[in-house]
Design a protein around this ligand. Structure first.
Ligand SMILES: Nc1ncnc2c1ncn2[C@@H]1O[C@H](COP(=O)(O)OP(=O)(O)OP(=O)(O)O)[C@@H](O)[C@H]1O
Ligand SMILES: [Mg+2]
Length: 276
């Protein structure tokens, strides 16, 4: 990898976790995994369930120190939390005791931005994600899609150079999800950040990204393939799926992924014993 050209580099990352069954035998979730994102590039990382996607993203965010390997941000070794990155978690991570607006302004105030200014910026971000009129609502008064919009506004309001997104839309119904994906692409196109977007959905990965990285099934997860997505932008995620180029890319990448998905499935769902 060439230093300086990448916003974020993960080099030969290995993550071991203590195993509950046998403390002497650690579980190697991720092994020798390398991946990098260029400035302004949208990279999707796909892999079967439980393979180690969130673990890799936690390493990129500086929330988890790898057992070995290096993380570099703009060519500099990462120490502690990755302050250049914004993070959107797999689970809903809004503060239930704060209104939508107060959720968005929390990070701004934490940065020392004066309360009035933080409110103005927070309100502008809620507007951009289509929730201008919902600032006073609390998370439990919002739909799942609206909560994701608040989380998106919360992340983007801090204007991070790198966006780390962990299956942010996977809990949404298909229509809401496609709306959110299109909105994300529109916001990203206006001000291109480096993105790592984790998903287990290959169609989502292809429709959003410039590059798809396919991870192997665990244990010892690592990239097994990398595919450039040369679909034109701007894209409508629903329409692009119907184009011959999309179908060709999907066929090619699925071919590389299929065996890993089957492995993960077999490991998780061992057949029931006879008569069960
Ligand atoms: N802190 C931890 N301690 C022990 N094991 C862990 C820890 N974090 C993750 N693991 C294990 O590492 C593996 C990868 O977990 P991870 O959450 O990264 O997978 P994932 O690909 O994000 O899964 P999903 O698709 O379900 O979100 C799993 O087997 C998990 O049980
Ligand atoms: Mg995960």
């Amino acid at each position: 990898m060439v230093d300086g050209h990448y916003s974020l580099e993960l080099e030969r990352i290995t993550c071991r976790f203590a195993s509950r069954d046998d403390p002497g035998m650690p579980y190697v979730a991720v092994a020798e995994a390398s991946l990098a994102v260029r400035a302004g590039e949208f990279v999707a990382v796909v892999g079967p369930t439980g393979c180690g996607k969130s673990t890799l993203l936690n390493v990129a965010a500086g929330l988890l120190a790898p057992s070995s390997g290096a993380v570099r941000v703009h060519g500099e070794p990462l120490v502690g939390i990755n302050r250049k990155a914004g993070y959107m978690f797999q689970a809903d991570a809004l503060m239930p005791w704060r209104s939508a607006l107060a959720n968005v302004t929390a990070g701004l105030e934490f940065r020392g931005i004066e309360a009035g200014e933080a409110r103005a910026q927070g309100q502008a971000w809620l507007q951009r994600v289509g929730l201008g009129g919902f600032g006073a609502r609390y998370p439990h008064q919002l739909s799942g899609g609206m909560r994701k919009r608040v989380a998106l506004a919360q992340m983007l309001a801090l204007d991070p150079e790198i966006l780390l997104m962990d299956e942010p839309f996977s809990a949404l119904d298909v229509q809401t999800r496609q709306l959110m994906e299109n909105e994300l692409l529109a916001l990203w196109s206006a001000n291109r950040k480096s993105v790592i977007f984790i998903t287990h959905d290959l169609e989502e990965a292809i429709s959003l990204s410039d590059r798809v990285i396919v991870l192997s099934a665990g244990p010892g997860t690592h990239p097994i393939g990398e595919f450039v997505i040369d679909l034109p932008r701007p894209r409508d995620v629903a329409e692009i799926r119907l184009t011959p180029r999309f179908v060709a890319l999907h066929t090619r990448i699925w071919h590389a992924m299929k065996d890993e998905v089957m492995k993960a499935y077999a490991a998780q769902y061992a057949p029931l014993p006879e008569g069960a």
